[in-house]
Design a protein around this ligand. Structure first.
Ligand code: ATP
Length: 244
């Protein structure tokens, strides 16, 4: 469980948002939506203390992560995986080496154990047999799946997805949505998804955080979002050109 309590953040005189509170239960998928520049990325960077707030707390396992000492902070950060926007694969490494990268850094596994884990991960994202291909030889959807295999290889408790379906066609987006659901259900990963893709939100999310007017404008389940008459939320969804 991650509990966000009364979080506020400014950069100089630029107030990003204030007094944000909500909870993310274990195994839940929460979507964070809102217009460009409303502070979605800044918010998720608080969840693993990459950014510190002006005030407020993020509680994980009964501890305010902003008060953790260096060693504990490192351990806490290792519980997070991140799927970066645009996949962020290393072009000089092949697919298998990309996925193996975190294991070389953060585990004591032998080379043989690492290759076995990489093969399993490739199978999980339906890319068995492509380990020796370079990222340049893969489609956008395949690169996203490799990035997902890499982000989950250390079996994180929490996975942050930064616009996982951006730039993908509807069919490939759907494959990624299905994988996000698979990861949440089968690996019991708690997922935090920053997205502009309302269709994806409806497919994958349990709960939705909508940032607007420098704060948490609306929070609820996807079912509640379908029924909501919150004007700002509806305007945002309508502008996303998706009717629900
Ligand atoms: N390191 C930083 N220093 C100063 N200002 C920052 C920093 N990071 C973000 N900001 C500011 O915080 C605000 C929110 O930015 P953020 O990137 O979180 O928005 P976003 O909702 O994720 O946008 P987008 O949907 O376009 O990715 C912006 O005004 C941005 O300029």
């Amino acid at each position: 469980m991650i509990e966000i309590r009364n979080l506020s953040k400014s950069f100089g005189s630029n107030l990003v948002w204030e007094d944000i509170s909500f909870k993310i239960a274990e195994g839940e998928t929460v979507a964070i939506i809102g217009r460009s520049g409303c502070g979605k990325s800044v918010l998720v960077k608080h969840l693993n203390a990459l950014i510190y707030p002006d005030s407020g707390e993020v509680i994980i396992d009964d501890k305010n992560i902003f008060e953790l000492e260096y060693v504990e902070l490192r351990k806490m950060r290792q519980r997070f995986g991140v799927l970066f926007q645009g996949s962020a694969l290393f072009d000089s490494l092949n697919t298998a080496e990309n996925i193996a990268f975190p294991l070389h850094y953060f585990s004591d596994l032998t080379d043989k154990e690492i290759s076995e884990k990489v093969e399993e991960a490739l199978e999980m994202v339906n890319l068995a047999g492509t380990g020796d291909r370079s990222p340049a030889e893969l489609s956008g959807g395949m690169r996203r799946r490799v990035a997902l295999a890499r982000a989950t290889i250390l079996q994180p408790d929490f996975l942050i997805y930064d616009e996982p379906t951006s730039g993908l066609d509807p069919q490939t987006s759907e494959e990624i949505n299905q994988l996000i659901i698979y990861m949440a259900e089968n690996l019991n990963i708690t997922s935090i998804v920053v997205t502009h893709d309302i269709h994806s939100v409806l497919k994958i999310a349990d709960n939705v955080v909508f940032l607007e007017n420098k704060g948490l404008c609306w929070y609820g389940t996807v079912e509640e979002m379908r029924e909501s008459d919150n004007k700002e939320l509806m305007d945002f969804i309508t502008a996303s050109e998706y009717k629900i």
